[in-house]
Design a protein around this ligand. Sequence first.
Ligand code: TYM
Length: 331
Amino acid sequence: MEDKKTIFSGVQSSGFLTLGNYIGALRNWAKLQYDYNCLFSVVDLHSITVRQVPAELKRRALEILKLYIASGIDPEKNILFFQSHVPQHAELAWVLGCYTYMGELSRMTQFKDKSTRHADNINSGLFTYPILMAADILLYQTDLVPVGSDQKQHLELARDIAIRFNGIYGDVFTVPEPYIGEVGARVMSLQDPTKKMSKSDENPNSYIAMLDDTDTIIRKIKRAVTDSEGEIVFREGKDGINNLLTIYGAVTDKTIPEVEKEFSGRGYGEFKAAVGEAVADCLRPVRQRFDELSKNKDYVEKTYKEGAKRAEYLAAKTLRKVYKKIGFIER
Ligand code: TYM
């Protein structure tokens, strides 16, 4: 590994990826990859906190790995792997669970939210999920974790666990910092812009999937809920317009004031058409690379096998240190 700081991040394999995942996470990863040693994982162990159909899970996990590469994340430079291929994630999660309090886990908003949505399956994995996430991060002595703002609370818990563990055993873990992009840290639903854009939304018009085609993207943005004021400015109470300004800014690399200026005095119809085109232009090359990768199974397989090997080497090093500090007998 080069002498650079370390990044770890991941996406669950519980469904297809949305424009929210792309803007909030993948796009930033692609930008950061040159300045850091990066590990990007498809965190499949996390996804079984909600019931999955096995064949679907398998297909989705591969799809996401290919989307990482298609988004411009270079498999030569970065470590790309499936979480389930590196057993140290689950092992460290057990250890960290013994240093995490029930009260801390009870405060996690994602747990509260998911247990309301899946009231028939409030399993203990759903509750301890943030511990596994802390293990993902701490295993690689991660300095920086690029995520959307919905993951901030989990990240704070990971920091608290690291600080607590270090307090008892000395400097074992690097205490990670979140990296949350300025524009697009929370992309909202196109149908209810007070809610986060999410793949689990029942209404497909509420999200854009990364693999949606151009016509679908343009149509969904055209139907996005806005307001009746007719003014294209970012202001409290204009959630729909704020969201479209954010999306446009993110995919064109412009600031919100720049976008406001560009569309000043123009109508919503014209604005929506421009946003649709910009999103479609941004995702088109990703979809094309994805299709090419789908024809190249060997390359994809080589990428994740190699990735798991490199990740495991680093993970084992940290876990050995942890076991030693705790006082387990060395093998
Ligand atoms: P997940 O799989 O829900 O989402 C993956 C990434 O996408 C971001 N994201 C969004 N960003 C902006 N707007 C949105 N509407 C939006 N929806 C999703 C998320 O913030 C995230 O960065 N617990 C994590 C996965 C995880 C992880 C980790 C992340 C497991 N271990 C270690 C970082 C480090 C999750 O459920 O993300």
